[in-house]
Write a protein that binds this ligand. Structure first.
Ligand code: 13P
Ligand code: SF4
Length: 301
């Protein structure tokens, strides 16, 4: 039996479901039941009636699944797969901001630790951040941890005072305007699509800016046939499935999230077999981090 066949067999026997982010490797996306962006996967995690969730992604994603669905066992194929940006917010700074502004809303990108979420009023993902910030009653918004997504939201919602934090995604923040210019010279007929975790000078060159699912939906609806992709390489797998006739070029080959690639088929099989690597969140932490996540799901409707 192949590894994939063994996974299918165990999944059925144990009533398990496999969730995968677009950034994990192709072989893992291939065996997943649900593939999506952070927002979509959080909704699936909340609503599944499987007994076990195998989360092919990084720890903040598994944590959110465990917080939203405490009756399920959430298993991580690799417990060390983490998102550097998820730690880039300082609790003392949040407290300081709250003292400074009476009507402050702390808006927390889902790419954050459960502890950081507990100090927040609402979570967002890149797919719903603009909509949620726009609809909050508060004028003063502290957007954590991603400074680039925060700046993008600030530009889209000029009526709010969006205060920025210095966090960043090391993968997206490493993309440069020079790379964009080079890629456009090489592929002059291609449209440039980019994730809002990139720097402003990169976004300024874009034909479309959006989350991973936003980029995928744009390509599906668009009449074009050639695209330069300014996000993590894993998304190409879904893009090719949705539009096999189109050509996709990565901005450059080096923009890989090593943590997402720690998830392999063998590790998925191993956690399914042994039911180890369970993501545990204390009940106190879970309850405190649940409110901003649930508020996101409500406000994004
Ligand atoms: P989403 O488009 O899913 O929000 O992905 C961004 C990301 O970097 C996830 O880690
Ligand atoms: Fe975190 Fe960036 Fe990797 Fe996403 S791509 S998990 S934001 S480090």
């Amino acid at each position: 039996m192949s590894v994939a066949e063994e996974i299918f067999k165990l999944k059925k026997e144990k009533n398990a479901v496999i969730l995968a982010h677009y950034y994990v490797s192709d072989e893992v996306q291939e065996i997943a039941d649900y593939i999506g962006d952070s927002f979509y996967l959080s909704k699936v995690a909340k609503n599944t009636d499987a007994d076990i969730i195998v989360f092919c992604g990084v720890s903040f994603m598994g944590e959110s699944a465990a917080i939203l669905n405490p009756d399920k066992k959430v298993l991580m194929p690799d417990m060390t797969a983490d998102c550097a940006m998820a730690h880039m917010a300082d609790i003392n700074n949040i407290k300081k901001m709250r003292e400074e502004y009476d009507d402050l809303a702390v808006v927390c990108y889902i790419n954050s630790t459960a502890e950081i979420k507990t100090y927040s009023d609402v979570c967002v993902t890149s797919a719903n951040a603009v909509k949620i910030v726009k609809n909050l009653p508060n004028r003063n918004i502290f957007f954590i941890p991603d400074g680039n997504l925060g700046r993008y939201v600030k530009e889209q919602v000029p009526e709010k005072n969006v205060i920025l934090n210095k966090g960043y995604c090391p993968i997206h923040a490493a993309m440069t305007k020079e790379e964009v210019i080079k890629a456009k010279e090489k592929y002059p007929h291609a449209k440039f699509l980019v994730h809002p975790e990139c720097a402003k000078e990169v976004l300024d060159e874009a034909d479309y800016t959006g989350s991973t699912s936003g980029i995928i939906d744009f390509v599906e609806a668009d009449g074009g046939s050639e695209y330069i992709i300014g996000t993590e390489a894993g998304v190409i797998y879904e893009l090719r499935k949705r539009k096999p006739s189109a050509k996709f070029h990565l901005l450059s080959d080096g923009h890989i999230c090593k943590d997402m690639k720690l998830v392999t088929l063998d590790k998925v099989l191993k956690v399914l077999k042994n039911e180890d690597n369970e993501l545990m969140v204390t009940e106190e932490l879970r309850k405190a981090a649940l409110a901003p996540l649930e508020r996101m799901l409500e406000l994004a409707k």
